[in-house]
Design a protein. Structure first.
Lengths: 185, 412
C-alpha cells in the first residue's frame, strides 16, 4: 500500500545514489515507543496466556476479594445478580432457558482474568492488584466447580484450565436463511 | 491521494477565511457575552409575523429550532440510546442523534494527551499523537453502523426508535488502517489485530487482518466535524458493514497478533446460541435489513388518502439493489423507488406512493442487496437458528395500520 509519492521518493533517492534506511517509514510520522512503554500498555491476554503478569492467588483469598468488590452487583454466590450471573448453568445451553455463565459458556479462563483486570469492578476498574485478579478468577472457577479451592492460579496454571464450554463455539455460516430459494449459498 | 490531500488543505484554508469573516461580524454586531442566550426560550410564543421584527444575530455554534424536540432515548441503565429514525429524513443521521452504545460510560479525553500505539507483530512499533494521525492521507466515506443487538430477539418496541433505533448512518473521515499497518510493517504469521479502547471498560475486540487491511478506517471525523464523545472522540475504529461493537471507540491501541484473543465481547457476548447448545461466534457482517419509517409504530394517520411510505434499507455486505413494499400483509410485493445516492454499506432511502382506503392493513418492506441476499421473515430465521439467538436481528418488520389510523408494531 505504498503511495505514488513514496515510490517516486525511493526512485529519486536511488537515482541520486542515496540509500534510505531499511527500517524507515513512508510518512515519517509518529515515534518509536521508548523502552518499557509497550509493556505498560500491553494488557490484552491471549488464550495461551503469554501476556499474563507475575502474581498468583487461590479461591481462598479470592472469596474475600469477591465479597468486597464483586458481590454487590453479581450476588453473594455469583448466581443472584442483579448484574450478569457468573456461576452455574452448566448443561443448560441446549435447553429452552439457557443460562450463560463463566462456568457454562466462557471458553477460556484467560478471558476471565483479562476482563476482570481491564473492566472490573465497574466503579473502580483497574484497582485490583495482579494477585487479587488471580485470586478472584480462582474463586469464580472454584464456584463453577472447575478447579479446587486451594488450586493456585498464576501465569502458568491459568491458561491450562480446561473450561467446560471450550469447544462450544462454531463459525457463522450466514446468510443461513433461504427465502424462495434465492439465497446464494 | 496527493490531489485529495491538497484539496483538503485548500478546503481548510477557505473554511478558516469564512470563519474569520463571521467572527468579525459577530464582534461588531453583538456585545452579548453568550450569543446562545439570544435564542428565545421555548415557552415564549413566536412573533405573529417574523417579517416585522429583526431576528437573532449569528451564533458561533448552531442549534436546531426551539420547536424541534426529537430526541434519542437513553436506556434505563444509560448504556445506549436509540436514534429517532421515524422522525428523520434522507440518509444521514445528525451527529447529535446518532445512536450510542458503551460499556462503561463515555470517557472525557483530552486529544492533546491521547496516543495511539500500533505494535505486536510489526517491524516498527509506532506511537502517534492525534495531530500526527491527521497528517496521514485521509478519506471520507458514508457508512451505516448498526449495533448487533439492534432489535434483539423478543425485545419488542412500540416505535422504530424503540424496536430498531441502534442503527445510524454518517459520513466518517479518517486514515485507512491498512496505511498505518503498512507504515508499521506487518510481519509474516500475523492473522488478526486486537483493538483496545481508552474507556473505563477498555473495550477490546479481535479483527481478522484481511478486514483490517481492506476497508477499515481509523476515524476522527463524523459528519464534517470531530467525532462526538459518545462516538469515540478523539479517534475510533470504523469497520464498514460489521457489527457496531467491533468499531472500537476511544481507540488507544492496535496490536497485530497471530490469533483472536477471545475477549469477553467476542465470547461471552455477541455470540448466538443454536438449538444444539453450540454458539455461533465472529458473526461480523450485518445482514440486509429494511424498515418502513413512515407510517410506523406510534404514529397516527389522520384519515384515508394519499401517503408516501418511506423507509431505510442497508446491508453490511454492499449496496441495496432492490426494496419491495407490501401493503397487504405480504401477499403482493411491489418495487419501491430507491432514492439516490445508493451507496454500498450505507442507508438507502426508499419511497412508495400509497393510497390508504381506511381499512386495517399491515405494511412491510423487504430489501435485496447486491449479492442477491433477501431480507427474511422471522420464521425463516427461527427455522435456521432456533429460539435462543438474538443478535443480528433482521427480519421483515410489519406495521399494522388500524381503521382509526393508529399504527402498531405487527412483529412484537
Amino acid at each position: 500500500m505504498r503511495s505514488p509519492e513514496s515510490l517516486s521518493l525511493a526512485l529519486v533517492a536511488a537515482a541520486l545514489g542515496l540509500s534510505l534506511p531499511a527500517q524507515s517509514t513512508t510518512y515519517g510520522l509518529g515515534r518509536a515507543p521508548k523502552p518499557g512503554e509497550i509493556e505498560m500498555w500491553d494488557i490484552a491476554i491471549s488464550p495461551d496466556g503469554k501476556e499474563l503478569p507475575r502474581g498468583s492467588g487461590t479461591a481462598i483469598e479470592g472469596g474475600k476479594v469477591y465479597a468486597a468488590n464483586c458481590a454487590a452487583c453479581h450476588g453473594k454466590t455469583g448466581t443472584e445478580g442483579p448484574n450478569d450471573v457468573l456461576v452455574g448453568g452448566q448443561g443448560s445451553l441446549n435447553t429452552k432457558k439457557p443460562v450463560k455463565t463463566i462456568g457454562s459458556y466462557w471458553p477460556y479462563a484467560t478471558t476471565v482474568w483479562d476482563y476482570i483486570n481491564r473492566s472490573m469492578p465497574y466503579n473502580k476498574p483497574g484497582s485490583l492488584s495482579a494477585d487479587e485478579v488471580y485470586a478472584v478468577t480462582a474463586h469464580l472457577l472454584f464456584l463453577n466447580g472447575i478447579i479446587r479451592k486451594d488450586e493456585l492460579m498464576n501465569a502458568k496454571t491459568l491458561p491450562q484450565v480446561k473450561m467446560p464450554n471450550r469447544n462450544g463455539f462454531i463459525a457463522d455460516p450466514r446468510p443461513d436463511w433461504n427465502i424462495g430459494g434465492s439465497s446464494r449459498r | 491521494m496527493k490531489t485529495r490531500s491538497s484539496n483538503r488543505r485548500d478546503f481548510l484554508k477557505s473554511g478558516a477565511g469564512v470563519g474569520g469573516a463571521l467572527l468579525v461580524g459577530a464582534d461588531s454586531g453583538n456585545a452579548a457575552p453568550n450569543p446562545q442566550s439570544a435564542q428565545p426560550d421555548a415557552a415564549q410564543p413566536a412573533p405573529d409575523d417574523p417579517t416585522k421584527v429583526p431576528g437573532v444575530p449569528a451564533r458561533p455554534y448552531g442549534e436546531r429550532s426551539r420547536f424541534e424536540r426529537i430526541l434519542r432515548t437513553p436506556s434505563p441503565q444509560g448504556t445506549s440510546s436509540g436514534t429517532p429514525l421515524q422522525d428523520l429524513t434522507g440518509i444521514i443521521t445528525p451527529s447529535s442523534l446518532h445512536f450510542e452504545r458503551h460499556h462503561a460510560g463515555v470517557p472525557d479525553i483530552d486529544p492533546r494527551r491521547h496516543r495511539l500505539l500500533i505494535h505486536g507483530m510489526v517491524d516498527r512499533p509506532l506511537i502517534l499523537t492525534m495531530d500526527e494521525l491527521k497528517r496521514f492521507p485521509s478519506v471520507s466515506r458514508i457508512y451505516f453502523m448498526e449495533c448487533s443487538g439492534n432489535g434483539y430477539r423478543r425485545k419488542g418496541g412500540r416505535t422504530v426508535q424503540e424496536a430498531h433505533g441502534l442503527v445510524s448512518c454518517a459520513e466518517w473521515t479518517g486514515v485507512a488502517l491498512s496505511l498505518l499497518l503498512s507504515e508499521a510493517g506487518v510481519q509474516q504469521g500475523a492473522g488478526w489485530i486486537v483493538a483496545e479502547g481508552s474507556d473505563a471498560a477498555k473495550m477490546t475486540r479481535s479483527i481478522p487482518l484481511t478486514k483490517a487491511m481492506n476497508d477499515v478506517l481509523v476515524a476522527y471525523g463524523q459528519n464534517g466535524e470531530a467525532l462526538r464523545p459518545e462516538q469515540g472522540y478523539p479517534v475510533r475504529l470504523f469497520v464498514p458493514g460489521w457489527e457496531g461493537n467491533i468499531c472500537v471507540k476511544w481507540l488507544r491501541r492496535i496490536k497485530v497478533v497471530d490469533q483472536p484473543y477471545m475477549t469477553r465481547e467476542e465470547t461471552s457476548k455477541y455470540t448466538d446460541l443454536m438449538p444444539d447448545g453450540k454458539a455461533r461466534q465472529f458473526t461480523f457482517e450485518m445482514d440486509p435489513k429494511s424498515l418502513i419509517t413512515f407510517p410506523s409504530g406510534g404514529q397516527k394517520l389522520p384519515g384515508p388518502g394519499f401517503y408516501e411510505i418511506s423507509g431505510l434499507a442497508w446491508s453490511g455486505r454492499g449496496a441495496i439493489r432492490r426494496v419491495e413494499v407490501s401493503v397487504d400483509g405480504g401477499r403482493i410485493w411491489q418495487d419501491a423507488r430507491l432514492q439516490s445516492p445508493v451507496l454500498p454499506i450505507a442507508f438507502t432511502r426508499f419511497r412508495f406512493g400509497w393510497k390508504w382506503d381506511g381499512a386495517e392493513v399491515v405494511l412491510q418492506s423487504r430489501c435485496t442487496d447486491e449479492h442477491g441476499d433477501v431480507q427474511p421473515v422471522l420464521e425463516d430465521l427461527v427455522r435456521a437458528r432456533g429460539e435462543n439467538w438474538g443478535y443480528h436481528f433482521n427480519p421483515i418488520q410489519g406495521w399494522k395500520v388500524s381503521a382509526d389510523g393508529s399504527v402498531q408494531n405487527a412483529l412484537a
